[in-house]
Design a protein around this ligand. Structure first.
Ligand code: GLV
Ligand code: MN
Ligand code: MN
Length: 403
């Protein structure tokens, strides 16, 4: 198992990695994404699995008859956030192939189909909406909504897809495919510091509700050297006050609010900005807290805008309600793994999106520093191997004849 995991890990490691930052830039339909996709297809074919590309560009590798129904599916995603780490996503896909290898070594006999999946565009780094592949499949993002998405250069999602050689006309809800799936189990690097050396693998209980909101602050462009302070309509000030308010209100609510992406027009050192776009990512343990928090941040932004002569507009770009993972499946995993921690997470996942349609569950692998969405993200190899063994145990329980 060490060999197959290590070999796959080493193959993927250089793909899409920036030489300057050491982080990954695997964005939907770019060349690094294409390399990852070729790698997935090779892994499938090398194992004699039936390779399938679904209508939304998600990749599937099947052992057994895909049409038989009741399939057990595992996997994750291969794309990254800007300058993301190596583990978020790829750990789940590599572990899935390694767990299948392990089951074959164990001589396991499958009594239902098993599939390994790579969901496209999980991070939403390019088009702003996370989990596009699974959202389309589950029907929670419509074809029309997907067609309206554009990247930072104005490229429409269907055009990007077409340029990469995929057919955008086909995208949309895929109930027929989901009906073939009995359970989806996603292994993922943990993104906090809740697992210990003693317990490097945990089971997910829930995902916090979360969403993305875009604030547009409209001001007036003017000369940085000649415009009197009292004559300025500077949206940067309103934006700054909104960032501070978000931080303070989130802390008071015991929730999270982050402005991690900003676009400035015209973006000149010696010009007062005309427009600031700031993207808020906010999350909380429950939906009323999240709704109240975003409303407080909105009010703070509008009040600041009134004081500073700035027009503020707010657009919700995506929203994911709270996910409580399927109770019986969660308990079955925890029971099979015996006394492992069961923990919630603030991070979004394809398993969370699919939870509205099919039974889903997640395994987490220890992240010693808790750092994620950063080149510094790390997991120890022995913990990753413990994750593969746990995933193999779970798949054996769900998909194989019991001996
Ligand atoms: C996905 O990683 C997210 O939670 O943003
Ligand atoms: Mn992520
Ligand atoms: Mn992820």
């Amino acid at each position: 198992m060490t060999d197959t995991f290590g070999r796959m890990w080493a193959e993927l490691l250089p793909v899409g990695r920036s030489a300057s930052s050491g982080g990954y830039r695997r964005f939907a339909w770019n060349s690094a994404d294409a390399e990852c996709r070729s790698w997935f297809e090779e892994q499938a074919r090398a194992r004699g699995l039936a390779y399938e590309l679904d209508r939304n560009g998600n990749q599937w590798a099947w052992l057994g008859d895909p049409q038989a129904g009741g399939a057990v599916v595992t996997g994750s995603h291969l794309d990254s956030v800007p300058d993301g780490g190596a583990y978020d996503g790829p750990l789940g896909v590599v572990s899935a192939f390694a767990a299948l290898d392990e089951l074959r070594e164990r001589g396991a006999e499958f009594d239902r189909p098993l599939a390994i999946v790579n969901f496209g565009d999980e991070e939403g780094a390019r088009f702003g909406v996370a989990c596009i592949g699974s959202r389309l499949t589950a029907g929670v993002l419509s074809k029309e909504q997907a067609y309206a998405l554009r990247d930072a250069d104005g490229v429409r999602l269907p055009d990007a897809m077409e340029r990469a050689g995929y057919d955008p006309a086909a995208i949309g809800a895929d109930q027929e495919r989901l009906a073939r799936v009995g359970a989806y189990v996603e292994l993922h690097v943990e993104q906090g510091r809740y697992l210990t050396e003693e317990h490097p693998v945990g089971v997910a209980s829930a995902i916090w509700p979360h969403g993305r909101w875009r604030f547009d602050f409209h001001g007036e462009a003017n000369h940085a050297g000649t415009t009197r302070i009292e004559d300025r309509r500077d949206p940067m000030l309103t934006f700054a006050e909104t960032v501070l308010a978000a931080r303070t209100r989130a802390q008071l609510a015991g929730a999270l609010a982050t402005f991690g992406k900003v676009a400035v027009e015209p973006n000149g050192t010696n010009a007062i900005a005309s427009l600031i776009r700031g993207w808020l990512d906010s999350r909380a343990a429950d939906e009323p807290t999240l709704t109240a928090l975003v409303e407080e941040i909105r009010q703070a932004a509008y009040e600041s805008g009134e004081r500073t002569g700035i027009k503020v507009e707010l657009t919700r770009e995506s929203y994911t309600p709270v996910v409580d993972f399927d109770g019986p499946l969660r308990d079955r995993l925890a029971g099979r793994l015996g006394g492992v921690p069961v923990l919630p997470t603030g991070a979004g996942h394809d398993a969370g999106i699919l939870a509205s349609a099919i039974p889903t569950a997640m395994l987490f692998v220890r992240n010693p520093s808790g750092v994620s969405h950063s080149p510094a993200e790390h997991a120890e190899e022995r913990d990753c191997l413990a994750g593969v063994a746990a995933l193999a145990d779970v798949l054996e329980d769900l998909a194989c004849l019991q001996r």
